[in-house]
Design a binder for this molecule. Structure first.
Ligand SMILES: Cc1ncc(COP(=O)(O)O)c(C=O)c1O
Length: 387
């Protein structure tokens, strides 16, 4: 008898729905052919080594490519021993918490932030404190107030988790002044900055701002990069730029001593893909496709959202952040949205301090322009119905 297995992927789309809730790539934009070629290239070049336990630091061919690209694209020189392979940014957050925090340590997060990142920090029993954002990113006055409050409690922040570039969920970039100010606070107060740089490659009409990592003395910022958005999330592949000493802590940990670097075979394939020129070609295709989608959704929202709504138009990344008319709560719109078969993430789910309840997150990555138009129409109708 045939056993019915559940779907193999995390994302299960509902028939007839406009799903703005998934911050995931359109399956039609995943690099199937390039990876098929890359798998053959890696196996032809490295043979069975491709399938062995990897070096604890990660796949050297890939780390060397990341090093070159960081120098070429960002003008930042990173030594090879300042880069460590990871299984993507979720894994990186988890590993940083495992090695650099203890339960009860204070972790400062943005409000709003990446809600699933919050879940990982919570797995490590950290004492989470929220600092609000505005259109220039994390508010430094509010950060200073939080640091002062911690001082009164006799506590110190251990880390700040931030998404300074094409932020999830708001789409905003942390301004250069604030980037410098944040690094300054980290140095003065002795906390680590955990920089989630997952959207850096997806810049549509602005240049991605300098990474916090590039503005800080070594040892202050752990910058997490990932191939989840620039290639494919299922690869589970990324890296951390940090100090050589911090990199050693990852490499010497029990996890890598036992299993080597995570997803080594995928890393060897991605190294071949990147070296072949397919990475740049693929990213150029993504930028063009997502720029068109961002523009399509922004234009459709301008047409369909009721009076009193506002939204961000990000220079990159996956998300538009909508603010509802005064007094409305995004949770209250969900019921009407369900009736109109349109889904989003309500702002209350992506913050820990109750802020943003009047906001909602829309991902424009998954749907094509015509579906985005239809989704905006349904969302406008749902908001009007809930008002
Ligand atoms: C800000 C942010 N960090 C991390 C991730 C997950 O990254 P990865 O797939 O590399 O674990 C996402 C995915 O949506 C994200 O938006």
């Amino acid at each position: 008898m045939m056993t019915m297995l559940p779907p193999p992927t995390q994302m299960v789309l509902r028939e007839g729905y406009c799903e703005f809730n998934y911050g995931q790539p359109d399956p039609d934009l995943l690099p199937v052919d390039a990876l098929r070629r890359a798998a053959a290239m890696a196996l032809d070049t490295f043979g069975p080594d491709t399938l062995a336990y990897g070096a604890p630091e990660g796949a050297w061919p890939l780390l060397a490519w990341i090093q070159e690209r960081t120098r070429e694209r960002e003008g930042v020189t990173v030594a090879l021993d300042e880069c460590i392979g990871t299984a993507g940014n979720s894994d990186a957050i988890d590993q940083v918490c495992t090695l650099f925090t203890r339960p009860g340590d204070v972790a400062i997060v943005e409000s709003p932030t990446y809600h699933l990142g919050l879940k990982i920090l919570r797995d490590h029993h950290l004492d989470l404190r929220a600092v609000p954002m505005d259109e220039s990113g994390l508010r430094m006055d509010a950060l200073d107030a939080t640091l002062a409050q911690l001082g009164r409690e006799g506590k110190q922040a251990r880390l700040v988790y931030t998404i300074p570039t094409f932020h999830n969920p708001t789409g905003v970039n942390l301004s250069l002044d604030r980037r410098r100010a944040l690094v300054d606070r980290a140095v003065r107060h002795g906390f680590l900055i955990l920089e989630d740089d997952v959207y850096r490659e997806l810049a549509y009409d602005v240049v991605s701002p300098p990474a916090l990592f590039s503005l800080a003395p070594r040892g202050v910022v752990l910058r997490m990069g990932s191939f989840a958005k620039s290639l494919a999330p299922g690869l589970r592949l990324g890296w951390i730029n940090c100090s050589a000493e911090q990199a050693r802590r990852f490499a010497d940990g029990g996890l890598r001593d036992s299993g080597g670097a995570p997803n080594f075979t995928a890393a060897m394939m991605v190294a071949a893909l990147c070296r072949s020129g397919d990475f740049d070609a693929h990213v150029a295709r993504l930028r063009a496709a997502y720029r068109e989608r961002r523009d399509a959704l922004a234009a459709a929202l301008a047409r369909h959202l009721p009076e009193g709504c506002a939204f961000t138009t990000p220079g990159g990344g996956y998300f538009i952040w909508v603010t509802l008319p005064a007094g409305m709560d995004a949770d209250a719109v969900r019921h009407a949205a369900d009736a109109h078969r349109v889904a989003f993430i309500p702002g209350g789910r992506v913050s820990i301090d109750g802020r943003g309840r009047e906001c909602l997150r829309l991902a424009f990555s998954l749907m094509k322009p015509a579906q985005l138009e239809e989704g905006a129409r349904r969302l406008g109708a749902a908001i009007a119905a809930a008002a």
